[in-house]
Design a protein around this ligand. Structure first.
Ligand code: IMP
Length: 192
């Protein structure tokens, strides 16, 4: 399979995944001239990943995959989880989400968290899922200027800096998305 569409409007995600999927011709939604919003109405990240891939597969008939990611914080009972994109409200941005997380964790010692990515691949109507998780801690304050989303406050286990202080290549060596994408790559490489 040569052409495959990554169902995302997020240029940061596209850049990360493009580096990992070198042997395939990755199409973006821009290449399909598609710019509509696909509402994420499910209550699991698997469900939302499926919604996005299914929408594009049905509309364009192309092989495609989407990713949905959540940040799960232990002392907030797994929040923001599936609500990660809209944690601080429906029109919020990453700055707002980060501020809310830091405010809710203020004075709390347990800062354990993990990122979880689910990729949903649809080829000829057949659906496959690939998962990736990375454990870490929420920092006390923001650090770094690379990455996106919650990267400035997430310190992966075994390191003393946030994902925003990593280069893209370094983040791609261990991130939740890279783990899921590598499983996708292995699957695609064995696909006729
Ligand atoms: P979605 O997968 O695009 O729905 O992302 C959900 C939320 O998690 C958004 O706020 C993203 O900015 C954030 N997010 C997704 N992937 C990452 C990541 O790799 N690092 C930090 N934040 C992320």
């Amino acid at each position: 399979m040569n052409n495959i569409c990554f169902v995302t409007g997020n240029k940061n995600k596209l850049r990360e995944v493009q580096k990992l999927l070198l042997s395939h011709n990755l199409l973006s939604l821009e290449d399909l001239d598609f710019s509509d919003d696909i509402p994420e109405t499910e209550d699991t990240i698997e469900g939302n990943a499926f919604l996005k891939a299914d929408h594009i597969h049905k509309k364009f008939g192309v092989s495609c995959f989407s990713d949905d990611t959540g940040l799960f914080i232990e002392s907030l009972d797994g929040q923001p989880g599936v609500m990660s994109a809209r944690f601080a409200g429906s029109n919020c941005n990453s700055e707002d989400n980060i501020s809310l997380v830091l405010e809710m964790l203020s004075g709390i010692e347990n800062r354990k968290a993990f990122f979880r990515t689910v990729i949903c691949l649809i080829v000829n109507g057949k659906v496959n899922y690939f998962h990736g998780e990375v454990k870490g801690q929420i920092s006390k304050e923001k650090a770094g200027d690379k990455g996106f989303g919650y990267d400035p406050i997430f310190i992966p286990d075994g390191f003393d800096k946030t994902f925003s202080e990593f280069t893209l290549d370094k983040k791609n060596e261990l991130s939740h998305r890279a783990l899921a994408v590598n499983k996708l790559v292995n699957f695609l490489n064995g696909y006729e």
